[in-house]
Design a protein around this ligand. Sequence first.
Ligand SMILES: *Cc1c(COP(=O)(O)O)cnc(C)c1O
Length: 474
Amino acid sequence: MQFISTRGGTLGAYSDVLLEGLAPNGGLAVPELLPQFTNDDLERWRPLDYAGLATEVLALFATDIPRDDLEQLTAHAYGGGRFASEDVVPLQKLDAQLTLVGLSEGPTLAFKDMAMQYLGQTLDYVLAKRDRVLNVLGATSGDTGSAAEHALRGRERVSVFMLSPQGRMSAFQRAQMYSLQDENVHNIAVKGVFDDCQNLVKRLAEDIDFKRGNNIGAVNSINFGRISAQIAYYVWAWLRATDELSADARDGFEVSFAVPSGNFGNILSGLYAKLMGLPVRKLVLAVNENNVLDEFFRTGFYRPRNAENTLATSSPSMDVSRASNLERFVFELLGRDGGRTAAAWSELAETGEIDLSVAQHTFEPLFGIVSGTSTHADRLATIRGVHDASGVTIDPHTADGVKVAREHLEDGVPMLVLETAKPQKFADTISEALGSPVDVDAETQALLDAPQRVVELDDDEQLLRDFIAERVLR
Ligand SMILES: *Cc1c(COP(=O)(O)O)cnc(C)c1O
């Protein structure tokens, strides 16, 4: 299978796009054709465990990785006790219509582990084949950095340089990252806010000579390896939600998914699953007060905001006002026409917005996507309501998903809400919602007490360059 850029031109095979960020023309990597599966395929996959199913789904894209090797990669990513649940992705009913899809059983208790654990394995594999090394440079406000570090720790051909804003993350998030003692993990606490970290990364990434000379790369949310791995759990959730139905009733049985969203990576994988043949009725996009995407799906106007106009909310991993993966949706919307997609992004650069209002009426019928916004008050009320009714404590991001999911329920259509993090990660908001402090379990306490390994740096590009250049793998 070949990959192309959303702005036109061919890019190479799966392994090639795994190692690259943006295409040279600024576009994102997408498969030349979306592979398709049928009801017979789904029934053939039904008995498989999670790793087995992931192999089937990923094999549709990773045609340049031999099947046996792919099996090994998914077995390592999703086996060996890395995920707390034996199912890897357990489903849990909340009430007659709502079911939680547990994507947060991995080492950092958030859904990013689902893709990162696989990407960590696969990067090492591809790099070994090419006798190359990669130094991953990134900035994090919490979840992405820890998921990347836990997936890449101890690997031979990859090292990680992760910038985080000093004193701005929760104690839990700090502990999760800084307690890693692996030689190939470099935690850098920058005296500044998240945007300062991101600007430093951007400036270094734009310096082609520095990047090439130091084998610098990224594993951010536009990485197609991550997007492809996430498709597997939509298929898994559909299979588990239909296990109890008769063979006839299963065929084409539609479910809806609600997805707490930021960079549009998670829900994009759901859209691909639907376009590839999974019987999905609605994809419910839930955002927080940073509701650029809700505005887009309601009006067809995409108006990203800058950092100053992005609010710090109590579902912080969704504080995104420029959703990098949206370009892949627009590419599908515009008939997979690279020229038209490039024109839309030129329009954005010139005017600050993209006007797709003439096509807005097709968003739901063609793609199933509907949307809604959840606020701090909604989040608290939802955490409390779910806790009182079912005894289950959900995290603030998942609460945004549940709140918006309820606005889009239909009779006879199960609503599967993706649980994107565990509540322990956001103890302050949970205790605000439930009116009592959250119990700290022994495991969490041990993590909080563990020695930490982090270097503090001023917000200074030259200092960072020197720090990295002295420590990169070559
Ligand atoms: C990253 C993240 C999101 C947003 O996912 P996107 O793929 O960026 O849309 C939602 N919730 C949590 C907990 C996250 O870590």
